[in-house]
Design a protein around this ligand. Structure first.
Ligand SMILES: *Cc1c(COP(=O)(O)O)cnc(C)c1O
Length: 393
């Protein structure tokens, strides 16, 4: 641990608690888990193993390679592949017992041709215009059973475009279209479950739950709502080691491009995390005379990043580079920050959503960009997370 520049602590107990919370919210529906993109950066295998232990049976991945890796971990799980069936890969899916989420007639045709009746999901577009078959294609399937003969349709699915905004009119439009599609198809596929809601959709009310809900980001402590607090427990703490603490003379600059200038005598902590670790370059902050109004040590608005270090918040100073970032710790007592200390980048003091906001993106992207360089540790129940609170690890 002492040799690690960055430490990423994943609290699987928090993931389990978030799963339990969603189960209560969506009581009566199956709660599947979306573990695509390495479980949003947290680590697909340990996350899926824990969720399976919590009773989760159905998982969604993005592609067949993720699916095959998950199959190694969970021989019994139901695994759906959201990106559908890639041309010429049906045998590969069948071998790992993966269920493609079929998004076109062409995919359906290929899956049928793969041989023995194989389970799959049918994906319908109800207004997002990303993937999915049309309402006209739903009609065609209802009228001509030969189009789907030999496919065990186990799930009928659609995806909401605006579930992060409860009041958005598009939600009800999509709900209505999905209900119409189900009314046409259910008589033909009596075994199929229906699923519409991702994390945000679950909170639109029971009318959106159907047989199965598909949360992703909420399991990992990210905010599925725009501009509204959320009830989920943060599951990730990211810390970076202090490589050096240095004094900077008034008027001197820090970092690439010399964009940050010390208004007065300043103290700067150099941290072992940069944009290669998902500490985005957009978390850079300009001159202490500019962005933070000439008052070093104060929070630099929401345009630059900040870290929790030495018992206080410290704004990023200058450009974030690949492997390092600098923080202005001038306002903290001398000696509060020492070489070898750990600074919190994400954690109890700085939520993943705050980092997203400051970086000009959202928590989803911060999580999935965490990078492979952190030393990772997984804790099961969160009781050890005090050791990861940005203090001295
Ligand atoms: C990613 C994804 C989800 C999960 O969405 P969250 O907003 O992270 O809960 C659910 N369904 C589909 C089709 C997805 O692509």
């Amino acid at each position: 641990m002492t040799a690690a520049g960055g430490i990423l602590t994943v609290d699987l107990g928090a993931v389990a608690a978030n799963y339990a919370l969603i189960r209560r919210e969506a009581a009566g529906a199956e709660v599947a888990a979306v573990v695509k993109a390495d479980a949003y950066g947290l680590g697909m295998r340990p996350v899926a193993r824990r969720l399976a232990a919590e009773g989760c049976r159905t998982f969604f991945v993005a592609d067949a390679r993720e699916g095959a890796s998950l199959r190694d971990e969970l021989p019994e799980a139901v695994i759906y592949v959201l990106n559908g069936l890639f041309p010429g890969t049906a045998a590969l899916y069948a071998k790992a017992c993966l269920r493609p989420v079929l998004a076109s007639m062409a995919e359906l045709e290929e899956w049928r041709a793969a041989g023995a009746p194989l389970p799959a999901a049918l994906h319908f577009d109800t207004g997002m215009n990303r993937l999915g078959m049309s309402e006209a294609e739903a009609d065609a399937l209802a009228q001509d059973p030969s189009l789907s003969a030999g496919v065990g349709v186990s799930l009928i699915l659609s995806h909401l475009a605006c579930s992060d905004e409860a009041g958005h009119p598009r939600n009800e439009v999509q709900l209505g279209r999905f209900q119409a599609i189900l009314a046409r198809l259910r008589p033909h596929f009596p075994e199929a479950q229906a699923s519409l809601a991702n994390s945000g959709g679950i909170f639109l009310g029971p009318g959106y739950h159907f047989d199965m809900v598909r949360p992703g980001v909420s399991l990992y402590g990210g905010n599925p709502f725009t501009g509204k607090p959320h009830p989920f427990r943060q599951a990730v703490t990211a810390q970076a080691r202090v490589l050096a603490v240095r004094e900077v003379a008034p008027g001197d600059s820090v970092g690439y491009g010399a964009t940050w200038k010390a208004a007065g005598k300043a103290r700067i902590a150099v941290l072992a995390a940069g944009y290669a670790d998902g500490f985005f370059r957009s978390l850079s902050s300009g001159t202490s005379e500019g962005i933070s109004g000439g008052r070093t040590g104060e929070k630099a608005g929401e345009s630059g990043g900040r870290v929790y270090i030495g018992g206080g918040m410290a704004p990023v100073a200058g450009r974030v580079s690949m492997d390092m970032a600098m923080a202005d710790v001038s306002h903290l007592p001398e000696g509060a920050v020492k070489r070898g200390d750990m600074a919190e980048l994400i954690g109890p003091h700085i939520s993943v959503d705050e980092v997203g906001l400051r970086a000009g993106t959202l928590g989803y992207e911060i999580l999935t960009a965490l990078g492979a360089r952190y030393m990772r540790r997984y804790i099961e129940d969160g009781t050890q997370s005090a050791a990861a609170n940005g203090g001295k690890a």
